[in-house]
Write a protein that binds this ligand. Sequence first.
Ligand code: GLU
Length: 343
Amino acid sequence: MQLDVDDIDQAVTTGAVPGAQHIDEILDAAYEHTSKHHGGEVADYIPALADADPDAFGLCVVDVEGGLHEVGDTRVLFSIQSISKAFVYALVSERVGHEKVLDVIGVNSTGLAFDSVVAIELNDGHPMNPMVNAGALATTALMPGNTADDQWEAIHSGLSRFAGRHLDIDDEVLASEVKSNSRNSAIAQLLHSYGRIEHDPLEVVDIYTRQCALAIDARDLAVMAATLANGGVNPVTGVEVVSAAVCRDTLAVLAASGLYEATGEWLFEIGLPGKSGVSGGIVTVAPGKVGIGSLSPRLDSTGNSVRGQIATAYLSRALGLNIFASESHFRSKVAGIGEDQAG
Ligand code: GLU
């Protein structure tokens, strides 16, 4: 549907987060509160992921001025996996534009598992959702470049700019995923048969698998999230990675489907766009305020980190980040008058 709003200037509202010391205190409290939870299982469908320390737990907040707040195992490296989908989507949107990604990929949930083949067939070959494997493979394929190496270079350098440092591949995870990648190869071939992937589909799988195997830590995730919270400018390096419009579009996609099939519950409880991955990371973005990165490899049955969800819910409440929350202007005015009279 055409909404006829292209000529309307977009206003942006932002609010303040508590001061640095207060964030540190809340972060410590969130960590302590969450550490007593030991539920969930480490993913093992990619064999190398099963080697992760199930008790590793890192939590990091980066504000839009680049202030870093961290607690726990924030320097433990793990593979970025599905979280790369969010940032590659932003990089590709920047290069090919709003209309093209909307047309070729789509922005709705499929309502089916992240590695579903049926979802492609049910939608006549349209990938629908850039945060599941079919949509992510089609997104990776859209990255401009004369060769697969050029495309990989654009993705690798772009993800590194989001993190503010050069990211390396975890070779062990890459080798393990390459060996167990038949499903993604099948998805890419099917998309190719529908004309949704124009390049050699197996080359696309190769690039996608490499992007998923990049090693990052919870601090990197928070910096990457803070870049999306800060209109596309990395608040630590000052480098503009993508435009503010691309950030806005990417966050809408994350809000719709960033937490697999539990996205509705996540939004209901936490009220922020986020993206999780099977290695136990979650990035969460509070636009204009902060980015949050968490790592804890134990996953619930929806594939989302148990501790990551609890800790982020704690932070959303305690830092006042839920984008759906508001307070009545009238009520606060009345309270203000009451205070004046009491004083
Ligand atoms: N590389 C993984 C896959 O394609 C990513 C899955 C995920 O984190 O959701 O199966």
